[in-house]
Design a protein around this ligand. Structure first.
Ligand SMILES: *Cc1c(COP(=O)(O)O)cnc(C)c1O
Length: 363
């Protein structure tokens, strides 16, 4: 079952045109869009039955480059273009690189991306290369990449489009608008994976702005989930060598640390950690039970929701929305490794052999 999303405009025009009044753009801003946003809100029958809540997945894989990063990138790149930039830079665990490369190439800007050497999923490398990015692999983690990106933007004529750029959060907040527009109300709880912590901050901004405008009464509690090996917001300490198979949230020193804490505290929410095993199990369950194949980091929210449910911390009857952040095809190796050997049965082009291979018995 799919709920209608957005303002009902058809066809969907991208987040800047759909939510122009809520964004820092003017009539002069050159809009760089690939039609991002307007993503499906899909009910999860399995999670709803299990938790006895109404659980909805905000499927951000349906954005043009396969992750929610496109929502922020349309605003950040449009703004960089308006300000006369000719080159843009970002640090990335992969999805920002893919998104930034697509939007900046489209805008005629030169995309420069810094990624942790050997630590990003092959599908994301392929995207960044195909969209024409200059890909620079840095010996170090995401946090080192971000330091270098910030310094480059300071000393050289390139514009920084990481989520420390406020335009990114402005664009990303539109996902919260879409959820409210689809449900005609706020959920009781919104669940989101947390890495560099821009997205949880953006959701809080979006829900709060709708509440302040009187569109909804009470914004939801935000439940954020980090990977156990990369959970600085849970421990309260920078993690020097963050480690997790969920590469998109492999961040030890989140740029939006304070904003994320504010989102957690002001919303009456939590930020907790889940293990890689819980993440990969949730990823597999989402694919098998809901038909929604996400990348590992994207399943952290579902893993966290299930962990809290198992601990008796999810009251029945709630409306819960969960952002699944990016597409499973970006990192098939991690998914298939966890799934285990699936033996392929090879047969001749023969009905009986195919039937036998499928364990079919003739009627
Ligand atoms: C970027 C990203 C995250 C983490 O979002 P933050 O804003 O860095 O907290 C999670 N999942 C996916 C798929 C991402 O691309």
């Amino acid at each position: 079952m799919t709920a209608p999303t957005g303002t009902g405009a058809s066809p969907w025009r991208g987040v800047i045109e759909e939510y122009r009044d809520w964004l820092p753009v003017s009539a002069e801003t050159p809009v760089v869009t690939l039609g991002e946003g307007g993503t499906p809100l899909v009910e999860s029958g399995w999670l709803s039955a299990k938790t006895r809540c109404s659980v909805w997945l905000k499927v951000e894989a349906n954005n043009p480059t396969g992750s929610f990063k496109d929502r922020g990138m349309t605003v950040a790149v449009s703004s960089a273009l308006e300000q006369g930039a000719t080159a843009v830079v970002c640090a990335s665990t992969g999805n920002t690189a893919a998104s930034m490369a697509a939007y900046s190439s489209r805008a005629g800007l030169r995309p420069l991306v810094l990624v942790p050497h050997g630590k990003i999923a092959p599908g994301k490398v392929a995207q960044a290369i195909m969209y024409g990015a200059r890909l620079i692999a840095v010996r170090g983690g995401f946090d080192s990449c971000l330091e270098v990106a910030r310094a480059l933007a300071k000393d050289y004529p390139v514009s920084l489009v990481n989520s420390v750029n406020p335009m990114r959060l402005e664009g990303q907040k539109t996902a919260a608008f879409e959820i409210v527009d689809a449900l005609h109300d706020c959920p009781d709880v919104h669940v989101v994976p947390v890495g560099n912590a821009g997205n949880i901050s953006a959701y809080w901004k979006g829900f709060r702005e709708y509440a302040e405008a009187g569109r909804v009464s009470t914004p939801p509690a935000l439940w954020g989930f980090q990977a156990e090996g990369a959970a600085p917001l849970v421990s309260g300490q920078v993690v020097r060598d963050p480690e997790t198979l969920a590469t998109a949230i492999r961040v030890g020193n989140p740029a939006s640390w304070l904003l994320a804490e504010a989102a957690r505290d002001e919303s009456g929410g939590v930020i907790e950690a889940v293990s890689d095993r819980q993440i990969l199990q949730a990823q597999q369950d989402l694919a098998v039970r809901d038909g929604v194949f996400v990348e590992p980091a994207s399943a952290a929210g579902v893993a966290g929701l299930l962990a809290r449910w198992a601990a008796g911390k999810v009251r029945p009857g709630l409306t819960i929305t969960v952002t699944v952040t990016g597409h499973g095809l970006k990192d098939i190796d991690t998914a298939l490794d966890f799934r285990g050997a699936v033996t392929e049965v090879v047969v001749d082009a023969d009905v009986d052999q195919a039937a036998a291979a499928a364990d079919l018995v003739s009627a």
